[in-house]
Write a protein that binds this ligand. Sequence first.
Ligand code: NAI
Length: 288
Amino acid sequence: MTTHPPTGSPPPPTVLPPESDVFPADHRRPRMTGRVVFVTGGTRGIGAAISRSFAEQGAIVAAGYGRDAEHADQLRAQLRDHGVDVSIHQGNVASAEDCRRTIAAVIERHGRLDILVNNAGITIDKTVLKMADEDWYKVIAVNLSGAFFMSQAVLPHMIERGTGRIINISSIIGEIGNIGQANYAASKSGLFGLTKTLAREVCFLLAKEGRLTEDSIGLTINAVAPGFIATEMLEHVPEKVLERIKAQIPVGRLGRPDEIARAVHFLASDYSSFITGAVLNVNGGQEM
Ligand code: NAI
């Protein structure tokens, strides 16, 4: 017979069994020790949180940046204080040449590349009727073409090894659109199509070579779609608008960069071996 607590008293908290009862000892955490990760735009904001999170998990971190050398120096110094040596790679992701050069530099420096996070992104917000040709092309070039050329550059290496992870940082705006962000929304929606197509293509290529094995952690391509996250990207948004945004988020606050990093970490881990071509929404429950 079920016993009920007296009316008014809160139910007892649900307690998870000790970790050791749930996972075998050597599988307790999705570990990253020795894995090489390259995070584009990995020196500030969400990218820096991703770089730090991988460093904490024991990965070998390479971080890219476009022009902001100051944040790159800061991240390097911060991680060095924790005994971690991060390699920094300058390059414009809007340039196919730079994408090929930086991927080659990371592989040359670290001997391999296990995880690519296409995080670099920009906004140039204007309503459609005011948007200059250059505003459109620039945002598409950085946010969408950058992820394409980076992935294209790294895939031969990953396909040859039969394993790897590519994680594209999209946005909730790619799902719902936003006034003044036609270029940004299109670039972020484009990442969904790119992610799903790359996911299928790599499986097709591996299968053709008879290299899709049951026990491999696989070569997966996924996207993370953050909601509104407190970074410099939102600094120019007026307080009133931010309040309106928060009112639409069920958890009642903006996300933190490390909350995106945790989702990326999961998709990069061995635990996500059966997830590919997926979009993981990390947005505090915001409706799409
Ligand atoms: P951020 O502006 O703080 O960082 C952007 C990073 O991209 C910087 O490290 C910068 O060096 C790099 N970058 C920009 N243009 C580049 C180029 N041409 N070549 C190489 N690197 C370049 O922005 P934040 O907020 O950290 O955003 C990171 C990613 O997350 C972006 O893709 C953004 O679209 C996405 N995102 C951000 C959200 C937010 O609310 N902050 C929400 C949803 C997605």
